[in-house]
Write a new protein. Structure first.
Length: 191
């Protein structure tokens, strides 16, 4: 028998889920239009908005995967996954191409900044809070762990696909702009 408390909890979890999906969609659209400004500011606003949604809908630290008792298991799983990826990348020659990225041509002095700020603070933490914290936590209250995992993972995959598409679009716009500038310079020399 469903109690009033269960219905309120389910309603709050549903509201949390819908608000978070809406926030992430709005953030992605605004980012594709170049509106949110510097990444540190836009990500800070995103994290604050996610925290506000979680707080206003009554999500607990446990719902968000931030309960102290879960920290040890999370660190063990994270270290294990990191080690597995490195092992696969080192042992399987076909995966070597995935490790070579032209954006990774940075100096050793810049590496700590790129890893600490760009990757961890501006990418990993917001993604984990959004998809594995707020979305998964509210989805787990609504549908249980398996369905919540599938649905939040699907949203995460969609966000990654949109990010890759935006990056390619931005790269092609940059290439087209450079090609246009080169043509203008060539015409200026000829004319």
């Amino acid at each position: 028998m469903t109690t009033w408390v269960d219905e309120v909890s389910s309603w709050r979890a549903g509201r949390c889920f819908v608000l978070t999906v809406g926030l992430l969609a709005a953030f992605n659209v605004s980012r594709s239009l170049g509106l949110p400004g510097p990444p540190a500011v836009s990500v800070g606003v995103l994290i604050a908005a996610l925290a506000l949604i979680a707080w206003r809908t009554g999500a607990s630290l446990a719902d968000l995967g931030l309960d102290r008792k879960d920290a040890r298991a999370g660190l063990i799983y994270g270290a294990g996954a990191f080690g597995l990826v490195l092992l696969v990348a080192a042992l399987i020659p076909a995966t070597n191409g995935f490790l070579h990225d032209s954006r990774a041509q940075i100096s050793g002095a810049r590496l700590p900044y790129e890893l600490g700020v760009e990757v961890i603070l501006l990418t990993a933490i917001p993604e984990e809070l959004a998809f594995r914290g707020v979305l998964f936590g509210s989805g787990q209250r609504l549908w249980g762990p398996w369905r919540a995992s599938l649905i939040s993972s699907a949203f995460f995959g969609l966000a990654q696909a949109l990010t890759i598409r935006q990056r390619r679009s931005a790269d092609s716009i940059s290439l087209n702009a450079m090609a246009s500038a080169a043509r203008l310079r060539a015409f200026a020399y000829v004319g």
